[in-house]
Design a binder for this molecule. Structure first.
Ligand SMILES: NC(=O)c1ccc[n+]([C@@H]2O[C@H](COP(=O)([O-])OP(=O)(O)OC[C@H]3O[C@@H](n4cnc5c(N)ncnc54)[C@H](O)[C@@H]3O)[C@@H](O)[C@H]2O)c1
Length: 432
């Protein structure tokens, strides 16, 4: 282990990152920026070709950020796992989705680990970064790797370090988000901490992979439960005719003991709607019934239906039904400023509107088309008269690129689920 740590500190270690998505690509670039030589491994040919051509496919990463290290020979990408033989460190950043039954789907981790096992050699460091339930590193990854004959903590180092990146956040990026690290042994923690210390400002060691796995799930459960709470408060305020947005704005003037969360059309992205269910699955395996997670999930998953109800009520004021009405959606990405529709609540709202006979169009500067889940739509560039021709405009994602004053001025009806129309008044505006 000492040899590996010295090699890392001399920045002579060769790093590998498996899975070059929203998490893996920025991490690989941080290693490269620190002067380490990095190879990214992915199954997706398009990503490999893009990287080797110096092109980005992630909003937060520019072409130049990739092209620089590629040209300097510090970063390349491949689909060949045999390269693992030559690597000193391997970070796993593959997806961890849920099955339809809300059980964890570890297929991607298991597949990546079975490839690593084929090429694993003494002196290497393997770190799992994918968000997962506590116990994955020592119950799933460790035995799978040890099946090749080497012992974790003795022959190779094994650790878990949760990724906490927030796509679209200009202030906090991989480098300045503290990195929690839990190794299987103190030596494993030391090796993993040494690697991150090369390119991340603050490293936070914890006593085990399980603690590190749980840290990430606490953070995301905290968000999910607080969003669930504020969504319920929004439903409550709606029924007693109070503007929930005004309430939150005033409440957040309290300088301590309150943290603002905002209601919306539901949860989206690859983290908040999914991760808490990894935890509840694990808790149930141990006979523990997690009530907050299930309740927040229930409330958050009900929000798209509530949005449809608000749209129906808005149309009703113009004596129109959903069936046959033309509805224009503003924003389908799961949050402002990202080009990601995974788990986006916008798709749930749109599906319900479509099922009830509404005729849908949409605009989103980040999502040129939607071809998944029964949709076959191309984004429409908003021209001046467009919104005046539809029956209702629905703001589902508050991208800053939209001209909201124009939306208010030209729409016949607007349903705003994100408080994007803050400060605008009018009988034709309906808020969550
Ligand atoms: N996106 C986020 O904001 C975020 C934030 C923190 C943590 N996470 C967690 O990080 C993990 C990765 O998420 P992401 O958003 O980067 O996913 P992603 O889908 O953007 O990227 C995953 C990449 O892994 C590749 N891949 C899948 N199986 C592979 C295999 N067996 N071998 C090699 N490559 C493989 C895919 O082709 C894809 O390019 C997940 O566990 C997620 O929960 C995501």
């Amino acid at each position: 282990m000492k040899q590996l740590i010295d090699k890392i500190r001399r920045r002579e270690a060769r790093c590998g990152v498996i899975g070059l998505g929203y998490v893996g690509l920025p991490l690989a670039l941080e290693f490269a920026r620190a002067g380490l030589r990095v190879t990214g491994i992915d199954l997706d040919r398009r990503k490999i070709d893009a990287i080797n051509a110096g092109k980005s496919y992630i909003v937060d990463v520019s072409d130049d950020e990739i092209a620089g290290p590629v040209k300097a020979g510090r970063f390349d990408a491949t689909a060949e796992f045999a390269v693992i033989r030559d690597l000193d460190t391997i970070n796993i950043c593959v997806p961890t989705p849920l099955r339809k039954t809300k059980d964890p789907d570890l297929t991607y981790i298991v597949s990546a680990v079975s490839e690593i096992k084929k090429y694993l050699r003494p002196g290497q460091l393997v770190i799992l970064e994918s968000t997962t339930y506590p116990g994955t590193t020592d119950e799933v990854v460790q035995p799978a790797l040890e099946a090749g004959g080497l012992k974790a903590g003795v022959d190779f180092a094994l650790a878990f370090s949760p990724e906490r990146i927030d796509p679209g956040n200009p202030k906090f990026k991989t480098r300045n988000i503290p990195k929690v690290v839990g190794g299987l042994t103190p030596g494993c923690t030391e090796a993993a901490a040494a690697l991150y210390a090369q390119c991340i400002d603050t490293v936070v060691p914890v006593s085990s992979p399980r603690v590190a796995e749980m840290v990430k799930l606490l953070e995301n459960t905290f968000r999910s439960v607080n969003i669930g709470l504020v969504n319920e408060i929004a439903l409550m305020c709606h029924s007693i005719d109070i503007d929930v947005w005004e309430v939150i704005d005033a409440a957040k003037t309290k300088p301590f003991g309150f943290m603002a969360f905002y209601p919306g059309p539901g949860l989206g992205g690859h983290c908040i709607p999914i991760d808490p269910f990894y935890l509840s699955w694990k808790a149930k395996m141990h006979g523990f019934e997690p009530r907050f997670i299930e309740l927040a999930g229930h409330i958050n998953e009900g929000m798209p239906r509530f949005v449809v109800e608000v749209v129906t009520d808005a149309l009703n004021t113009h004596s129109k039904s959903l069936r046959g009405s033309r509805i224009h959606i503003l924003g389908v990405a799961y949050k402002a400023g990202v080009n990601d529709v995974r788990e986006s609540p916008a798709l749930n709202v749109m599906r319900m509107l479509q099922d009830k006979g509404a005729i849908l169009t949409y605009s989103d500067p980040y999502i040129p088309s939607i071809r998944e889940e029964g949709f076959d739509l191309d984004a429409i560039e908003l021209t001046n008269g467009w919104l005046g021709d539809v029956d209702c405009t629905v703001v589902l994602t508050n991208h800053p690129e939209f001209d909201y004053a124009n939306v208010v001025r030209t729409s016949k009806l607007v349903v705003d689920t994100r408080n994007a129309l803050q400060g605008h008044q009018g009988d034709h505006i309906f808020r969550l």
